[in-house]
Ligand binder design. Structure first.
Ligand code: FES
Length: 88
């Protein structure tokens, strides 16, 4: 819940990656890896990590380590009174 925190959330629409990027900001990304479609579930050193082949993505979804070569889709998100809302 504090800035720098990272989590995944399972919803009726699928699994999403959430990063608290600031005191009043969050980033919400799809958890579907752009390499071969595995669900990204891990995190390490401020990056989301796909366990299938090791791709890593920044909290903005950009590839920081391949083999993936396309960013994760990012959704418009807001943090209000501790509640994350986003449009998928
Ligand atoms: Fe994620 Fe290959 S499916 S790294």
């Amino acid at each position: 819940a504090s800035p720098g925190g990272m989590a995944s959330a399972q919803t009726p629409l699928g699994t999403f990656l959430i990063a608290r990027t600031g005191t009043a900001s969050v980033s919400v990304l799809t958890a579907v890896c752009t390499h071969e479609g595995c669900t990204v579930t891990g995190s390490s050193m401020s990056a989301f990590v796909c366990a299938c082949h090791g791709s890593a993505f920044s909290t903005s979804g950009w590839v920081v380590m391949g083999p993936a070569n396309r960013p994760l889709q990012q959704f418009n998100a807001q943090l209000t009174d501790g509640v994350v809302t986003f449009t998928a």
